[in-house]
Design a protein around this ligand. Sequence first.
Ligand code: URA
Length: 446
Amino acid sequence: MDMNDIIVKKRDGGKLSEEEIRYFVSEYTAGNIPDYQASALLMAIFFRKMDEEETFLLTDAMRTSGDVVDLSEIKGIKVDKHSTGGVGDKVTLIVGPLAAAAGVPIAKMSGRGLGFTGGTIDKLESIPGFKTTLEPEEFHKQVADIGIAVIGQSGHIAPADKKLYALRDVTGTIANLSLISSSIMSKKLAAGSDAIVLDVKCGNGAFMETQEAAEELATMMCKIGNAAGKRTVAVITDMNEPLGRAVGNSLEVFEAYDTLKGIGPKDITELSLHIAGIMIYLGGKAESPEEGSVKAKEVMESGAGLAKFREMVLRQGGTLDMFDYHDSSNSIPVSDLQEDIVADRDGYVTSIAAQTIGLCSQNTGAGRKVKEDDIDPFAGILLFKKVGDEVKKGEKLATFYSSEKEKLDEAIEEAGGRENGAEGTAFVIKDEKPEKPNLIKNTIGI
Ligand code: URA
């Protein structure tokens, strides 16, 4: 088989055969196809697109390029959850324990932060001692014993995607429906769960800016999952403002903890109960997603979800000291330096640019600018106002935390300065109270 023929075929709008797709994926992963030829094919796919059959085959070729996890020895219907990436998105930390407390086994592999979006593994690592790497036997045993384990994705899962994603990132070929959906689903399908819930974000802080684009991506991913024999449901959710009030690793862990206690922000609570409801339904512990949400609320109110979170932290080597201290004092650990952003006028908050807040948080030290950067676990942002809230001039909109003055200054600059309100700053304030968009826009695949 000749790689040049494959590139030319796709360049001219042809449909690639199974043999050609598998050849490309396996030979590129093995290092036998140079980056310049792989880049040319990616660009041809970007412009000429792939049909559904080609996309399924590409997903399968990437899924089988490395380890495919076998969770069959764990009893019950294992349900996975994935978010396409957001700002302040700590939902996994909440829905995992809620679904596990309702009897659904959660054997989850999560990722690290990417650009301005956070990652569950970085958040969990802000808990002193918490181990995000477990041997497969330990991982299985923990799920069998306590019903939940959350670890980082092993490097042996879908290595083809790892290589192709890095190449796409530097060749302008990320934003293609087939390439994104096969990238996400190859990893999800290799991770071993029986059913998958996808949270597909849309808006200013997401890959997909419009609801239509998010729905198209969600529909394709559901088709791929279902064709592979895993029930897959996608929820389309708004990412025009950060989720909840905390952005940053430890800050988000504490917000998740409070949400499990039943005292979390309204948006995070609503989304978590919705997603946990679908997980409980797909896991066979409820007759419908609505009944699943009722069960999720019950385990939130009874404290069983919180107890499951604490059990997981202890079992994975983490300490509960900071949570116990938080319970008794209501304080949380934060980096040494802090600075407030205040309103420069009276009015209503009409937008909080999620992407800008994500970048500000990254600047404080809560995210990485290059892969090798260390994360400051206690850096980040607390928001005191959400879209639709009334504010007075001089009132506090947010507090930024960092352990380095230079980083704090950079973060404030990214937000548009210490005073916000004008167009172009992170918080825009206007005279009219805005219509707040629905957080949960659609559910696909139920
Ligand atoms: N997340 C992924 O894992 N892959 C993509 O292509 C985009 C988002």
